[in-house]
Unconditional design. Structure first.
Length: 218
């Protein structure tokens, strides 16, 4: 068995292990975590901190974050997925009956790499580099891990899809960070402590609401 075949086999086994550990409660939690609009309040709270902290130069920070998401999303979904064309586990007929799906959600046809992973990693890494605040960095890292885990739990991505997406997101964040630091160094000359209490509070509140939704409404 070649190295690539071994990796694919391990990837499949790990996927089935994660996806197979499920319950109705966690179905609701993971479904909500992967929701398209679930994290809009978090994004808005980060935008609020950026505008408040950088005032006149906030536009450059916001643009760098927007370009980071655009780059990571287009590279993941627009380029790599169409080049590699690796089917999601939810679309593989040989896995029918083995993959746990939630509400019939199967995602698009191809899964490598995960745009959820690339976008969340890019956003989390770049915002952490800007804020440089310990509590925010820890919580936003946990947020990324939850999103990535939810994609495997929901049966729409293999772990290697997630890993590949994370690399794309980290690369996009690194490029945007480097370019901004090269052309707008004044943004990084501030010594004030960034107050991240708003996004931290929004993130914690969102997680509590997700748990409540799964427990009482899902």
């Amino acid at each position: 068995m070649s190295l690539i075949q071994s990796m694919v086999s391990m990837d499949k086994s790990l996927f089935l292990g994660v996806n197979g550990c499920n319950s109705q409660f966690w179905d609701g939690v993971m479904y909500a975590i992967s929701g398209k609009f679930t994290w809009v309040p978090l994004y808005m709270s980060v935008l609020y901190v950026v505008v408040k902290q950088w005032t006149k130069e906030a536009l450059w920070v916001v643009l760098s974050m927007a370009f980071c998401i655009l780059i990571s999303d287009q590279v993941a979904s627009g380029i790599i997925k169409n080049l590699v064309q690796r089917l999601r586990p939810s679309h593989i007929t040989s896995l029918n009956g083995m993959v746990h799906l939630v509400k019939g959600y199967t995602g698009g046809l191809y899964g490598f790499v995960s745009s959820h992973a690339s976008n969340s990693v890019g956003f989390a890494l770049l915002s952490s580099l800007f804020f440089r605040e310990k509590i925010y960095t820890i919580l936003i890292t946990l947020w990324v891990l939850l999103i990535c885990y939810s994609r495997v739990y929901l049966g729409v991505h293999y772990p290697l899809d997630i890993f590949g997406g994370a690399l794309v997101g980290a690369g996009a964040a690194g490029v945007c960070w480097y370019v901004l630091k090269l052309y707008r160094p004044s943004i990084f000359e501030r010594n004030e402590v960034v107050n991240t209490i708003v996004p931290v509070s929004v993130l914690i509140t969102s997680l509590v609401l997700i748990l409540s939704y799964s427990l009482f409404l899902f």
